[in-house]
Ligand binder design. Structure first.
Ligand code: RB5
Length: 149
């Protein structure tokens, strides 16, 4: 898969670790910053990643900040983006199967590195489900047509 990954200063260290793992597993990675632990603004990096997902330049996105919350709020401002905050592996699985999430937002300060890596692995490995779930996602897409310029 082609995956965009971005973080703020709070997520920088975890971003570096995750990028290393993803490259080893032969994914194509687009790093949208930030490039250090210097304080920066999470919306800037959420926007860079979400834009790439929105225009179809990448298959999926990963965003990391202290909690994942600011990243999720920002990323969901982009058309076609379904960004999810996942607290555990079950939510990671369901966010793919039921919600067709295309961006995962991780909280580097909210969970351990090991927990975040497990959540991410499940999310990356889980395909979307069709049927009633696809119909529900189509309703989300239809709301975007009505509400997004
Ligand atoms: C930065 O201090 C923190 O606010 C940010 O990483 C994130 O948690 C915001 O949602």
């Amino acid at each position: 898969m082609k995956i965009a990954i971005g973080s703020d200063h709070a997520g920088y260290k975890l971003k570096s670790i995750i990028s290393g793992y993803l490259l080893e597993s032969s994914h194509v990675i687009v790093d949208t910053g930030t490039d250090s632990t210097n304080s920066c603004d999470y919306p800037d990096f959420a926007a860079r990643t979400a834009r790439l997902v929105s225009i179809g330049e990448v298959d999926r996105g990963i965003l990391i900040c202290g909690t994942g919350i600011g990243m999720a709020i920002t990323a969901n401002k982009f058309k076609g983006v379904r960004a999810t905050l996942c607290s555990n592996t079950e939510e990671a699985k369901l966010s793919r199967q039921h919600n067709h999430a295309n961006i995962i937002c991780l909280g580097s300060r909210s969970r351990s590195k090991e927990e975040n890596l497990s959540i991410l692995q499940v999310w990356l490995d889980t395909p979307v489900e069709g049927g009633r779930h696809r119909n529900r996602v189509k309703k989300i897409i239809s709301l975007e047509q009505d509400n997004f310029k």
